[in-house]
Ligand binder design. Structure first.
Ligand code: C5P
Length: 227
């Protein structure tokens, strides 16, 4: 299939508190966005769309072309919106007509290994409309109401969602065309539109850089590998 990857990188990163948009925070000599794009370009792709903060479109294009090398023709950068869902919608508008599989990936999951992209693309190729990489939940989870525990939740029935999430292109287009409420991820949006979502194994390295602690974890991982 012809695969496009939409990399959403338009978040402000307020919870990170570093003063620059999260995608442009340095992990080592490279930014969050650079690392995310290295994994993206390891996959066999037809198109890469980076959704950037409106004020950073030029910077994002420079970074993406640097990672793309001689495949820079595959890259476009579009400005994002105020919510993640609106940023994905902006990216979807830029998908070329001949693309038939669309992956949506959080730039903030900067260290996601290429193998996760392969698993997601393979599952869509095998006939699944929508594919979600997941990790088992390791914590004990409780349902709570105003401070009181209502019940323990059976964690074997739960999974933690990651990205890249992959879709047959018409499935994602239709879900976005119908979307009314704001959903936290694209798989939820497809499910709300009546679609079935299949899971594949995610990866511990696909954690989302959200808090200063996550940033320390990503930096430490890269340092330990550089040694
Ligand atoms: O805020 P959070 O880390 O959950 O965002 C997940 C991903 O969505 C990040 O890569 C972020 O850059 C992106 N995003 C976006 N546009 C927004 C909000 C978030 O592209 N308005």
């Amino acid at each position: 299939p012809r695969v496009a990857v939409i990399v959403v990188a338009a978040g402000s990163g307020e919870r990170l508190g570093s003063g620059v948009p999260k995608a442009f925070v340095g992990l080592d000599e490279h930014t969050v966005l650079h690392h995310a794009l290295v994994a993206v370009f390891a996959a066999p792709l037809a198109q890469v769309i980076v959704v950037a903060p409106p004020s950073r479109v030029g910077d994002a294009l420079t970074e993406a072309r640097e990672v793309a090398g001689d495949r820079h023709d595959l890259v476009s950068v579009v400005p994002g919106g105020p919510t993640r869902q609106q940023s994905v919608a902006a990216g979807l508008h830029a998908v070329w007509a001949d693309v038939d599989v669309v992956l949506v990936h959080d730039a903030a999951r900067a260290l996601t290994p290429p193998a996760v992209f392969e698993r997601v693309i393979d599952a869509v190729r095998d006939g699944h409309d929508a594919v979600l990489p997941v990790l088992p939940v390791v914590d004990t989870i409780k349902r709570v109401d105003e401070g009181a525990v209502v019940e323990a939740v059976d964690r074997s029935a739960l999974a933690a969602a990651q990205t890249p999430q992959g879709f047959r292109r018409p499935v994602l287009d239709e879900a976005y065309a119908e979307a009314s409420a704001d959903h936290t991820d694209d798989a939820a949006l497809v499910q709300a539109a009546g679609g079935a979502v299949w899971t594949v194994a995610g990866d511990e390295r696909g954690f989302k850089v959200t808090t200063p602690g996550d940033l320390d974890r990503a930096r430490a991982l890269l340092r330990s590998e550089a040694d």
